[in-house]
Design a binder for this molecule. Structure first.
Ligand SMILES: [Zn+2]
Length: 52
């Protein structure tokens, strides 16, 4: 019940899972700091260098 946004997200599900809640930590691909973004109170985490 805590992660409904992963449901059906086949394209980025794995990557989102990896970076989730890791703001400021290193991206596992390029070592860039992971960024958090909040859109409509929905948190999204991504690497600004190699996001799809
Ligand atoms: Zn990256």
């Amino acid at each position: 019940m805590e992660n409904p946004l992963y449901k059906g997200d086949d394209k980025t599900g794995g990557y989102q899972f990896y970076v989730y809640d890791r703001e400021g930590e290193e991206c596992f691909r390029c070592k860039t700091s992971i960024v958090k973004e909040e859109i409509s109170s929905r948190k999204t985490f991504f690497c600004p260098n190699c996001q799809q």
